[in-house]
Write a new protein. Structure first.
Length: 80
């Protein structure tokens, strides 16, 4: 009977230990999920920024081409 009581006590201690670890892991999981969510939002914002900058670059490249063509026309007019 004493052996069974010792086993019961040991099992209770192990259960308490496992329960504590489980709680800690659940808390870590919540923290990690929040961090993941925050990073995802940051990534979306950065991707939007990149898309805006790509669009602006395309506009500037087109504008540069227009200006180069205009310079060429003006240069041709002055040479004639």
């Amino acid at each position: 009977m004493k052996k069974k009581e010792e086993e019961l006590e040991k099992t209770k201690q192990e259960l308490a230990k496992v329960t504590k670890i489980k709680k800690e892991l659940e808390e870590q999981n919540v923290t990690l999920l929040q961090t993941k969510s925050d990073l995802f939002l940051q990534l979306q914002a950065e991707q939007d920024n990149v898309a805006d900058l790509d669009e602006r670059i395309a506009q500037l490249v087109n504008q540069k081409g227009d200006y180069e063509e205009l310079v060429h026309i003006i240069h041709s007019l002055f040479l004639n």
